[in-house]
Design a protein around this ligand. Structure first.
Ligand SMILES: [Zn+2]
Ligand SMILES: [Zn+2]
Length: 121
């Protein structure tokens, strides 16, 4: 069964209408947020309590509920290759290029204007 909010979690029978706000917000039912292995789109994953999303099982140490990257320390964030970190609204130097690649024409235009205003306004 598919979670109404987008996660393809197999065998999920939860009714998200009754879910707690936390689980609703992170689009996972309580059961699956605690399961050590969840099949998501056919892959074995686990819900990361730090990132509030599913990662591949290989990103976790044994029975940990937070991925290795988060446990390794938050100050590592800037240096890493930002392949799968799409932080909400983060426009720091490290992720700028990633963001630019994924931005729509409209977003790029708005960004150009802002930069232009910064230098010329
Ligand atoms: Zn579920
Ligand atoms: Zn994580």
């Amino acid at each position: 069964m598919t979670h109404q909010y987008g996660w393809e979690v197999e065998d999920c029978t939860a009714d998200m209408k009754d879910a707690k706000p936390y689980h609703r917000r992170h689009r996972v039912c309580e059961h699956h947020s605690k399961a050590s292995i969840v099949l998501v789109a056919g892959m074995r994953q686990r819900f990361c309590q730090q990132c509030s999303r599913f990662h591949d099982l290989s990103e976790f140490d044994e029975a940990k509920r937070s991925c290795r990257r988060r446990l390794a320390g938050h100050n590592e964030r800037r240096r890493k290759s930002s392949n799968d970190y799409h932080g909400e609204g983060e426009m720091g130097a490290g992720s700028g290029v990633q963001w630019w690649k994924g931005a729509s024409g409209k977003e790029r235009e708005a960004f150009r204007r802002r930069v232009w205003g910064y230098f010329h306004g």
